[in-house]
Structure formats: structure tokens, C-alpha cells
Design a protein around this ligand. Structure first.
Ligand SMILES: Nc1ncnc2c1ncn2[C@@H]1O[C@H](COP(=O)(O)OP(=O)(O)OP(=O)(O)O)[C@@H](O)[C@H]1O
Length: 344
């Protein structure tokens, strides 16, 4: 059974088509990440699901109820959908406890226990209940915002770049904590993010928007390994794109014969992820091998650029460990693990 169903949603702002015929389904207890370049319509989609905006055309159906059909429908406060935004949007003059209790019915008899439970759920010390938001770190403020949204016991939680103001380490910790909380509470979530790694590690379903259109939706693995087009491939991570001739499950390309998954035959562009390519330093000749033209030390993951004999191709960027990095100028062979993806 589908929890949320969006059907051909379109929304214009004057001449701008913010969303153009977007259809997407979200299963109960799942996590969906919506990604796309700036201006691709991610926030508009979230606002339409929340009920802060209505589509010009299209249908929003939630848990068997029609929330919107074109510009008419159920207002935000009657949808029972939680939202956590980038800045947390806490009330600065209220204590943590009052912020969290904001969504409860006035005078709820179990108020204190519910606040304590929610603080516990988002892994915040109960002693913080009396503090004001400015006395908390960015990560703690986001936890309070999450607790406040959870307090309304929503079936669906919308997360609008909630980690973007946090630094890298804290971001990852928060992401894992949020996933844990949502799973424990059995809440379905939709996350809007600019961060591809965040999307791939957070979600069961990733939806890619571009210029208001849904380009592709599917599991993180499917999108990463089988992107619909080169732009989606590059958007979701580093990609090595090569012209090739495909026959009988193999592609002949600048890296030699590489197995492919597609039954396509003829000329095509193929894609490999950098981690599929390894460097073999074996005394290749300049006619057959590649030459190392750049080595970027990056700690655990280093980037080596290898120029191939076909000078029409840009150097291939390979991710490798810092152990046994090849020397600048070395002649090397490139080995391929797994299959290449074909853009037919
Ligand atoms: N209230 C508005 N009035 C006019 N144009 C708008 C309005 N809201 C959004 N737009 C336009 O609609 C398009 C989609 O905007 P939206 O905010 O949904 O994109 P986004 O993918 O969330 O972008 P970002 O990643 O930069 O937040 C953009 O071209 C934007 O300028």
C-alpha cells in the first residue's frame, strides 16, 4: 500500500515551471531523498506535500485521503505532517521544553513525561529542558526541532535540508540519529538535500529532479549504478564516461574490452564509477598504457589522473588508497572491476 501518492503535479510561478508533471509514490515506513540542482523544484515539492502551497494541476493523495486536487484541498494544519527545516525554526523566547510541547494540546496531563520521552528519543539530556535555543549547539537545536515535530506523532516527516548548517562530522551523526528515531517510531520520511552522499546513505528511494521534472526515482543502488543519463550519473557521484562500441555484452573502449550489462549493440557512451578502476604499474609502453599526469593526496582516498594514448579523451580520474600511489609520469595499465553501464 502506498502512503503518499503524487500524480502529475505541476506548479508555475509566473513564467517559471517549478514543477512539471511530477509523479512519485512513497511507501509506508520508508525513507525518500529528493535531490536535484538548485532551483529544480525540491522545496516546492515539499511545500506542496506539507500543504503550504497547492499545485496548479495534479493530485496529492495521502493515506487514502485526497489532500489536493489542483489548487483546492486540505490546509497544512489539518494534514498531520511533521516538518523540520534547515534552521530548525525554534521559538527563541521559549525554553526547550516549551518548544517541544508547542504542538501538544494545552494542559496535556502527561506533558512532562512526553517531553522527557521526546528528549530521550532524540538523545538529548533531560537537563536541557530549561535552556533556551541560543544556549544550544546547532546539532542540539536540530534535535529539539525534531523532537517538536515528533511530538505531534506525524505519519510522515518532511526534512528540508535539516543537516545543512552542521559541519561534516556532526551531520553524519545527526543523520544516523534521525534514521534511528524515525525507524523506532515507524515514521515515513522525505528528505530534501543537496548532498548526494547524504541522499544515498539516508534513503530507500532517491528521486532526482531537474528543471521541475522527475528524471529518475529508485533505490540508491539502482540510481548510482544505472543512472538514466550522464547528467544524473555525474550528479550522484564521480563518473568516468567513455565512448565505446558495444557487441555481445562487451564494450570496446579506451580501457580495452569491458563487460557491460546491456544487450545494446553499436556505438554508445559507457559509464564506470572511479572505484571500479584500478591502477596496475607494470611497465606499460606509451602506445598501450596510460601516463599518470596528476596525483592528489587526500588521506584515505587519493585521486590519480591518468592520460590515455587517445589524446581526445580527458584524463581519467581514479580514486585509490594512499598505499603505493604511482609516481607522477609513471606508465600504467588500468584494470576494470565489474560491469560498465551503457547509455543507449
Ligand atoms: N514563491 C516563489 N515565487 C516565484 N518563484 C518561485 C517561488 N518559489 C520558487 N520559485 C522558483 O521555482 C523554481 C523552483 O524553486 P525551488 O525552491 O522549489 O527549488 P529548489 O530545488 O528547492 O532549490 P534550492 O536547492 O536552491 O533550494 C526556482 O526557479 C525558483 O526561483
Amino acid at each position: 500500500m502506498t502512503l503518499l501518492h503524487l500524480e502529475t503535479i505541476s506548479k508555475r510561478y509566473g513564467p517559471v515551471a517549478a514543477l512539471d508533471g511530477v509523479s512519485l509514490s512513497v511507501e509506508p515506513d520508508s525513507r525518500t531523498a529528493v535531490v536535484g540542482p538548485s532551483g529544480s523544484g525540491k522545496s516546492t515539492l515539499l511545500r506542496i506535500i506539507a500543504g503550504f502551497e497547492f499545485p496548479d494541476r495534479g493530485i496529492v493523495r495521502f493515506d487514502g485521503k485526497q489532500f489536493a486536487e489542483g489548487p483546492a484541498g486540505v490546509p497544512a494544519h489539518k494534514r498531520g505532517i511533521g516538518i523540520v527545516s534547515q534552521d530548525g525554526a525554534l521559538f527563541p523566547h521559549l525554553s526547550v521544553a516549551d518548544n517541544i510541547a508547542f504542538g501538544f494540546a494545552r494542559g496535556a496531563p502527561d506533558r512532562a513525561r512526553r517531553i522527557a520521552d521526546l528528549l530521550d528519543m532524540v538523545e538529548l539530556d533531560g537537563a536541557m529542558a530549561t535552556r533556551r535555543p541560543h544556549q544550544l549547539s546547532g546539532g542540539q537545536q536540530q534535535r529539539v526541532a525534531l523532537a517538536r515535530a515528533l511530538g505531534r506523532r506525524p505519519q510522515l516527516m518532511l526534512l528540508d535540508e535539516p543537516f545543512s548548517a552542521l559541519d561534516t562530522g556532526l551531520r553524519e551523526t545527526m543523520r544516523k540519529a534521525v534514521v534511528r528515531v524515525l525507524q523506532t517510531a515507524g515514521i515515513t520520511a522525505i528528505l530534501v538535500t543537496h548532498d548526494q552522499t547524504e541522499a544515498l546513505s539516508f534513503a530507500d528511494q532517491v528521486a532526482v529532479l531537474r528543471e521541475g521534472r522527475l528524471v529518475q526515482a529508485g533505490s540508491p543502488q539502482t540510481l548510482y549504478q544505472h543512472p538514466r543519463d550522464p547528467e544524473t550519473a555525474r550528479f550522484l557521484g564521480d563518473a568516468v564516461l567513455l565512448p565505446a562500441t558495444v557487441t555481445n555484452g562487451f564494450a570496446d573502449c579506451a580501457l580495452g574490452r569491458v563487460p557491460v550489462e546491456s544487450g545494446h549493440a553499436g556505438k554508445a557512451e559507457i559509464m564506470l564509477r572511479p572505484e571500479q578502476i584500478s591502477i596496475v604499474v607494470d611497465g606499460a609502453t606509451p602506445q598501450e598504457g596510460g601516463r599518470v599526469v596528476d596525483v592528489q593526496f587526500g588521506g584515505a582516498v587519493c585521486t590519480v589522473a591518468v592520460a590515455l594514448p587517445d589524446i581526445a579523451l580527458p584524463p581519467i580520474l581514479i580514486k585509490t588508497s594512499s598505499i603505493a600511489l604511482p609516481a607522477l609520469g609513471a606508465l600504467v595499465h588500468l584494470g576494470v572491476t565489474g560491469k560498465a553501464h551503457v547509455f543507449a
